[in-house]
Write a protein that binds this ligand. Structure first.
Ligand code: NAD
Length: 459
């Protein structure tokens, strides 16, 4: 099929690459010239394991990247994968969606039926909004000359290629017959894994033909739009829940790691998303929970569970700061090292991470802060230019004459760090591990004062 993908970001670049890999003629369109140039050189516009293998194999063959919307006229399917950031009131900012819809409308062919697919995370009713904007710009009629389908994306950064090639579910929101038919055809090769044997050497993960197949789930557009928000908010609630459990353990005793494991053994609950942390963050959960809450309030049906999860999450960020204060007392003149600026490992995405909130508080309390991240420093710095911190090339440098080192992101590199070398450079050997990720017994044996979260059981 002939496919266009608007947006070469974390979702668009990976989705476009995957559709090209399974045999569709694919054009990715973006307004960012730097991303276009990078991709045309065969380089990934984002840090995502595996992209550097796929792009050189596809670029110029059946994957093209450009700023021109001309390819829309030839396309059977046009994905919209542009950003939908939060506005002040929490609702999603649809300006990029609207612009993309207008451009699509102007470029759309009158000769063929086109399926426009919302892959971006968008509020209920956005399919109708896009349809009306495309009608206005093209003079064509929705559901006669073109249709708009909702097909939310569930990929995880760091595992994006695995999630796109092996999704657990594909949600397609439309009741329009041509839309349904084109979407089934589009996803056929992906569900049936046509050509995967040849692709497998490019996968950054091991491929077994017996891996379970994706469930292809059809529903109406509004339900599909809401499924994405409902799923993300539910996961946020789950993390907030285990984080509150960790705080309770610190008061009552108990080990949150064992509690999470014991809970997760119940298949109704499951093990995932019960990992303690300084709180959920990143480019999706904060904006998606904010949008769901703001819209539910606007329409008089407040999602109080989501509201509580958001409040609990802010409390968790603060809890980390309070733990450091309890240990070091006044932070005036104290030096603190931070390991990890991204919301999770294996990504360079440093948008809206808990690190910025926690560092801001530490700086306000008088600490000087030294930070390191294997991939996220450049983005963090450009988004947080107001934060006066020292960026360290090597993780060990965060410990230089520091009174504390706080691990915020569980990059493997930090577990493998030469902690023996870290010990003598620190002024006070206090390590706060907000992911309960480091080898606590080893660190304690080296002489560190090690603290995790919710690990208060006294043996
Ligand atoms: P992003 O900011 O990384 O990428 C968006 C891209 O769209 C940018 O490269 C931007 O230049 C481009 N763009 C903006 N307006 C454009 C226009 N008019 N024409 C062409 N290109 C345009 O965003 P992202 O992280 O890829 O997220 C995209 C959407 O997918 C969001 O709604 C997000 O919530 C959703 N989503 C993201 C993830 C994730 O892990 N990042 C996962 C699932 C869903």
């Amino acid at each position: 099929m002939n496919v266009v993908c608007i947006g070469a970001g974390y979702v668009g670049s990976v989705t476009g690459t995957a559709f090209a890999a399974i045999g569709h003629q694919t054009t990715i369109i973006d307004i960012d010239q730097k991303k276009i140039e990078r991709m045309n050189r065969g380089e990934s516009p984002i840090y995502e394991p595996g992209m550097e293998q796929f792009l050189p194999a596809l670029i110029g063959r059946n994957l093209f990247v450009t700023s021109s919307y001309d390819a829309v006229a030839e396309a059977q399917v046009v994905f919209i994968a542009v950003g939908t950031p939060s506005q002040e009131d929490g609702t999603a900012d649809l300006r990029y969606i609207k612009l993309a819809a207008e451009h699509i409308g102007r470029a759309l062919s009158k000769e063929r039926f086109t399926v426009i697919v919302n892959k971006s995370t968008v509020p209920v009713g956005t399919s109708e909004l896009v349809a009306s904007l495309v009608e206005e710009a093209s003079g064509l009629v929705a559901d006669k000359d073109f249709t708009v389908v909702s097909n939310p994306e569930f990929l995880r950064e760091g595992y994006a290629l695995e999630d796109v090639f092996f999704p657990d579910r594909i949600v397609v929101g439309t009741v329009q017959p041509q839309g349904l038919q084109v979407m089934r055809e589009l996803y056929h090769n992906l569900i049936e894994r046509v050509g995967y044997d040849q692709l497998s050497e490019l996968f950054p993960f091991s491929y077994h033909p017996q891996m379970p197949k994706a469930t292809y789930f059809e529903t109406d557009a509004k339900s599909a739009e809401l499924i994405k928000y409902a799923a993300n908010a539910f996961l946020a609630v789950k993390i907030s829940y285990i984080n509150e459990m960790a705080r309770l353990c610190e008061v009552l005793g108990g080990n949150v790691r064992d509690i999470a494991e014991g809970m997760g053994l119940d298949t109704r609950i499951g093990k995932k998303f019960l990992q303690v942390s300084s709180g959920w963050s990143g480019s999706c959960f904060p904006k998606d929970t904010a949008e769901l809450l703001a819209t539910s309030q606007k329409y008089g049906s407040e999602m109080t569970v989501v509201k509580a999860a958001i409040e609990s999450n802010e409390r968790m960020h603060l809890h980390v700061v309070e733990k450091v204060v309890r240990k070091l007392q006044s932070l005036n003149g104290k030096r603190i090292g931070i390991l990890g600026l991204t919301f999770k490992p294996d990504t360079d995405d440093a948008r809206k991470t808990q690190a910025s909130y926690i560092i801001q508080k530490l700086v306000e309390l008088g600490a000087s802060v030294r930070v390191h991240d294997p991939q996220g420093m450049a983005m963090f710095q450009s988004l947080n230019s107001h934060l006066k911190v020292t960026y360290c090339r090597e993780p060990l440098e965060t410990g230089t004459r520091s009174d504390a080192v706080i691990l915020l992101t569980h990059w493997q590199e930090y577990q493998e760090l030469d902690w023996e070398a870290m010990y003598p450079v620190m002024r006070r050997p206090y390590v706060l591990d907000t992911r309960n990720y480091l080898e606590s017994a080893r660190l304690t044996a080296l002489g560190f004062c090690y603290e995790g979260l919710g690990l208060s059981t006294i043996s």
